[in-house]
Structures are given as C-alpha cells and as structure tokens.
Design a protein around this ligand. Structure first.
Ligand SMILES: Cc1cc2nc3c(=O)[nH]c(=O)nc-3n(C[C@H](O)[C@H](O)[C@H](O)COP(=O)(O)O)c2cc1C
Length: 155
C-alpha cells in the first residue's frame, strides 16, 4: 500500500514519531514521510493512505508546521472527497482544557473538506505512562489493515 505520513510539529516530537512509524511500516509498504509545512492540501493523492501525526501547541492550537497547511485549506477549500486519512495526536493532559486539540482541529478540517477518516483518533499523553511509539505502532498497523480492506491491497 502507498502511505504518506504527514507530521505537524513545533519542537520535533511528532517528526521523530513519524519517522519511527515510517521505519516500522516500510518493510511491507511504500512509505513517505513529510512535514505538513511542505504539503499542498490540494495536491493530496487519492491512491495513498495519509497518516497524520500532529501535536498541540500554545493554547490548544496547531503546531507551527501545521499552520500553513490549515491556512491553505481555509483559503483554497480543496475537495478531499477521494482522500482517506487517519490521525495520531501528541499532547499533554497538564493542558487539561485543550488536551490534544491540535489534532482534533486538523481532523475536523480534513472532514470538513470531504476526506474520509479511518479508525479513531488516538491521543498520546506526555504526562501519562505510555511511550508514544507503544501506542502509535499498533495504531498504524490497525489503520493500515482497515485501509487495505477499504481501499484494496493494490492501492
Ligand atoms: C508551550 C507549550 C504549549 C502546549 N500546549 C498544549 C495544549 O494546549 N494541549 C496539549 O494537549 N498539549 C500541549 N502541549 C504539549 C505538546 O503537544 C507535547 O509536548 C508534544 O509532545 C509536542 O510535540 P512537538 O514537539 O511535535 O510539537 C504544549 C507544550 C508546550 C511546550
């Protein structure tokens, strides 16, 4: 399956996790990994599964590298009805009122432009006891399995 991991980060945690997920999946799949700041939402490819990995910054906001992508969505309003994505969030429950609001907002933006979400949004908590990859690797395997059923293993 062709998979693109797109990360939104402020201080690099989401980038490191995205690269670890790429390393985990690329034995069996064609996997690219890109910063959301380099991605044009209007150029997303219906033949790829998109795995979004995004943190939260400020007061429940998108991290800096995801902001141009969100602004481009608001401005260009691309039709994402052929796009499939899943999303993994990084956050910290110390920010209890805005815990993982960045990935929540990114998922809402994708859905508002017609994209289809695969699986549930999973949130890592930096104040919890789990390592991010211990949640993210099983999440990615589960999502890819669901996507193969829905998009076909040939995608
Ligand atoms: C200044 C600052 C603000 C943050 N705000 C939030 C927040 O509102 N909600 C949340 O869930 N996490 C928040 N976090 C936690 C980050 O999302 C978490 O540390 C994450 O691992 C950062 O990933 P990144 O390096 O990819 O940006 C904040 C962290 C910092 C340092």
């Amino acid at each position: 399956m062709m998979i693109s991991i797109l990360y939104g980060t402020e201080t690099g945690n989401a980038e490191m996790l995205a690269e670890d997920i790429q390393a985990e999946l690329e034995g069996d799949h064609d996997v690219t990994c890109e910063n959301l700041s380099d991605v044009d939402p209007a150029a997303l490819d219906p033949n790829r599964l998109y795995l979004l990995v995004c943190s939260t910054y400020g007061d429940g906001e998108l991290p800096a590298s995801a902001q141009p992508f969100a602004e481009a969505m608001d401005a260009a309003k691309p039709d994402l009805s052929a796009i499939h994505f899943a999303i993994f969030g990084l956050g910290d429950s110390e920010y209890d009122e805005t815990f993982n609001h960045g990935p929540k907002r990114l998922a809402e933006l994708m859905l508002a432009h017609g994209a289809t979400q695969i699986g549930e949004r999973v949130a890592h908590d930096a104040s919890g006891s789990d390592m991010a990859e211990d949640l993210a690797f099983p999440w990615a395997e589960e999502i890819v399995g669901q996507a193969e059923d829905r998009l076909g293993a040939a995608a």
